[in-house]
Design a protein around this ligand. Structure first.
Ligand code: KIV
Length: 290
């Protein structure tokens, strides 16, 4: 669905069609959790392009321009090589393609860890370039001071704890977290530290269910689970994973369709028709006007 503008010649006013929905705000997302309970779970999906955003927007509360675009769009081996410029370009496209969801842009590895000042410069760049409402950064207690610094200066922050893919070189892989007592305690205390720092929501990724539930109960802000628990205050998935664009996906992904299969069959038909000179047919061919 793309937006067109109808000009009212009497007033010279351009009216967008379809009428844009009113965009949700970060405070409205935050206020969905009241006294530790979120009545209706928050819905978040990743989006990287304007068209994807158009298709997801009406169904979601938040669109995450995740740095998973490194693997999904660019075929990179991890999120580590993703740059601020990549995030800014895709973030701007997603904002252009959406009217309703809060758009959150991931801060890529290396753009925020050195100091809170570095984080502010990077986050301000992302918000200015994209028009998004918030940034997400990975890390718990170690990032709490940075999250508070950004929040106090007008930049809403979403936290991300548990399995933090940017730390793959320290973690040694993408295994579920929270299986040892030490790890479990750290995940809950990370959640509390971010909550105290004023983040508006926390992604809990790849965490054993009882610890994800404990972290959710320990914080006032909503938690967004991915490979965590249905008891989180919301859920997020990588859209391309849940649509079935990839043969192999993490265990926590539910494939809602087989879009890769649809593309494979459709392109096979196209190739056969081209080779048999069936396409283009009369309907797709221009003829001289009689
Ligand atoms: O980059 C991303 O897509 C993410 C989600 C998996 C939470 O951070």
């Amino acid at each position: 669905m793309s937006t067109t503008f109808q000009l009212d010649t009497a007033t010279s006013r351009a009216t967008p069609t379809p009428a844009p929905m009113k965009r949700l705000t970060v405070p409205r997302i935050r206020s969905r959790k009241v006294d530790g309970t979120t009545q209706t779970p928050l819905v978040m999906l990743t989006a990287y392009t304007a068209r994807q955003a158009q298709l997801l927007d009406a169904h979601c509360d938040m669109l995450l321009v995740g740095d998973s675009l490194g693997q999904v769009i660019y075929g990179l081996p991890s999120t580590v090589p993703v740059t601020l410029e990549m995030m800014a370009n895709h973030g701007a496209a997603v904002v252009r393609g959406s009217y309703h969801s809060v758009v959150v842009v991931d801060m890529p590895f290396g753009s925020y860890e050195a100091s809170k000042e570095q984080a502010f410069t990077s986050a301000a760049f992302l918000l200015k370039e994209t028009g998004a409402a918030a940034v997400k950064l990975e890390g718990g207690a170690a990032m709490a001071e940075t999250a508070a610094f950004l929040n106090q200066r007008g930049i809403p922050v979403m936290g991300h704890i548990g399995l933090t893919p940017q730390a793959v070189n320290v973690l040694g892989g993408y295994m579920a977290r929270g299986r040892s007592d030490n790890e479990a305690e750290k995940i809950v205390s990370d959640a509390k530290a971010l909550d105290d720092a004023g983040v508006f929501a926390i992604v809990i990724e790849g965490v054993v269910e009882p610890i994800a539930v404990a972290a959710t109960r320990a914080v006032a802000c909503p938690t967004i689970g991915i490979g965590a628990s249905a008891q989180c205050d919301g859920q997020v998935l990588v859209t391309d994973d849940m649509l079935g664009m990839f043969e192999r996906v993490p265990r926590f992904v539910k494939k809602y369709d087989d879009i890769a299969g649809v593309i494979d069959k459709t392109v096979q038909t196209y190739a056969e028709e081209v080779r048999a000179r069936i396409f283009p047919g009369q309907d797709q061919t221009y003829q001289p006007k009689p």
